[in-house]
Design a protein around this ligand. Structure first.
Ligand code: KG4
Ligand code: ZN
Length: 327
């Protein structure tokens, strides 16, 4: 079965082709340089750029997969969560392909896509496991009991971890997106400022990052002699410490041996290292997709769609974008 998927929920226009579960192409056009000057994604611009990029990215993905469009058996698209204008571009494009080529159509939850990046990387990965889904809009812990039962067991009470990286990078004028910018600056800094780690009470597996953001803001107001790189390293440590602590607490509480990471922030090297160190200490196993499958890409959507088809049905063509879709 050949499946083509489109991902356009935020500021990446991505198209992937998968054949019998094997990725043939996964092409992404990023809008980072456009949104960078605004310090964040401007929804109206993002939607217009998706319109501009979608056909060239589609053509590249089909070319790299060495297939003819008529060979594609199914078309898939992300239908939420995300920016409504952005989602509608990918969703409408895929519906158009499905109608004109008379092939079935299927929608995928973007968050499930992030999780499925792990199944591309580790095809033998078996439930049960804990999932830390950590991106620009989400910081949530799930217990995946089996392929049909995913329970939310923790979440952020305010900002998502990626959002905290992005907002603090903006305060430090380090650029956008903030996660990679802080990671890079932190390489030349030291973790010498002890910013707060919130909700430290035992048994609490929720997150909170707004206190950290405020604490950095006050620090910058009060001090004019500091090394930005040290602040970056300290902020990165504070965020990563919270993520690792709560995730392993969840694994202990639910007596689960495996922990799976998903979403853009899972690309962070310090998080990957700290989680591995903790896993060795606590005798758990951690799973991270490669960096290019952590951030938004259509490959993960294609794989989730492929698995969904094998277990169920296609989607009706009147299905709409759902900006606040949950897992
Ligand atoms: O999953 P994603 O690409 O898009 C959403 O669905 O939100 O995640 C984007 C988020 C941004 O907040 C970005 O700053 C963060 O992931 N991010 C990182 C890294 N790469 C991306 N955060 C920390 N370290 C990174 N290397
Ligand atoms: Zn995402």
């Amino acid at each position: 079965m050949i499946l083509l998927a489109v991902e356009s929920s935020c500021d990446e226009t991505s198209v992937a082709v998968i054949k019998d579960g094997k990725l043939l192409s996964n092409k992404t056009a990023t809008q980072i340089d456009i949104h960078e000057k605004y310090g964040g994604v401007v929804p109206e611009i993002a939607a217009r750029k998706h319109l501009e990029y979608i056909i060239p990215v589609f053509e590249k993905a089909v070319e790299e997969a060495c297939i003819d469009v008529h060979e594609i058996d199914v078309f898939a698209a992300t239908y939420g969560p995300g920016l409504v204008g952005s989602l509608l571009v990918g969703l409408s494009f895929v519906k158009g392909l499905s109608i004109s080529l008379n092939k079935p159509f299927i929608v995928v939850n973007h968050l499930l896509g992030h999780l499925y990046a792990n199944f591309i990387t580790f095809p033998d990965l078996k439930t049960p496991f804990i999932v830390l889904l950590v991106s620009g809009g989400h910081t949530e812990l799930f217990l995946m009991e089996n392929m049909d039962t995913i329970k939310k067991i923790g979440q952020t009470r305010d900002d998502a971890a990626g959002e905290a990286f992005d907002k603090i990078a903006r305060m430090l004028e380090l650029g956008y997106p903030g996660g990679p910018a802080i990671e890079k600056a932190a390489e030349n800094g030291s973790d010498i400022h002890k910013f707060p780690r919130s909700l430290r009470k035992k048994n609490n597996i929720d997150f909170s990052f707004s206190g950290l953001k405020t604490s950095v803001l006050y620090f910058l107001r009060k001090n004019d002699r500091f090394k930005k790189e040290d602040i970056a390293a300290s902020v990165q440590s504070a965020i990563v410490d919270s993520l690792v602590e709560k995730t392993f607490l969840a694994a202990e509480k639910f007596e689960v041996e495996k922990i799976v990471f998903a979403g853009g922030v899972a690309a962070n090297k310090h998080l990957r290292n700290q989680a591995q160190i903790m896993a060795n200490k606590k005798k758990k196993r951690v799973y991270f997709p490669p960096v290019e499958l952590c951030t938004d890409n259509a490959g993960m959507i294609a794989y989730a769609a492929y698995k969904k088809i094998k277990r169920g049905s296609y989607s009706p063509l009147d299905i709409n974008a759902v900006p606040s879709l949950t897992l």
